[in-house]
Design a protein around this ligand. Sequence first.
Ligand code: SF4
Length: 140
Amino acid sequence: MGYHVWDDMLEIAIRKNGKWVYLGYFPLSVLALEVISYLEEKGYSANLGDLVSYKRLAQLAGFGNYGKNALIVNPKYGPWMRIVPVVTNAELTADKPFDQDLCGDCENCIRACPTGALGALRGRRQQVPCRDAHSRRKYP
Ligand code: SF4
C-alpha cells in the first residue's frame, strides 16, 4: 500500500523515548490495520510485512522505480510517498511491475545529499548509510 504524504507532513518528527518518530507514517499505519482487519473478517490471514523489502515490493506492485535517492519514485508524486506491505494469503490480482527509469540522467539528489551517502550508493539497493554519516557530522 502506498500513501501520498504532503511535504510538510514528512518534515514533522517528534522525539519519543530517545527515538525519532515521523508522523508521516501514522496515517499509513491506520490504513494498513484497516486492510488487515478487512482481510481477517473475510477469513484470510494478514499482517504487516515487517520482514520483507518494502521498496522491492512497491516496485513489483507498480508504484514506481527504485530511484537514485534510494526511494521509490512515483510518476505522479515523485518520492513523496510512504509505503507499507501487508502480507496475506488472500488471492489477489497482481499489478504489473514498474519498468520505467524515471531518473534517467538526473542526479539532483546525489548532488544535494549533504553527506555524500547517495553518491556512494549510486543506485545500489541497500540501506542508505546517511544515519551513520549524520551521526559523525558536527552540527552547530
Ligand atoms: S536522480 Fe533525480 S529523479 Fe531520480 S531520485 Fe534523484 S532527484 Fe529524483
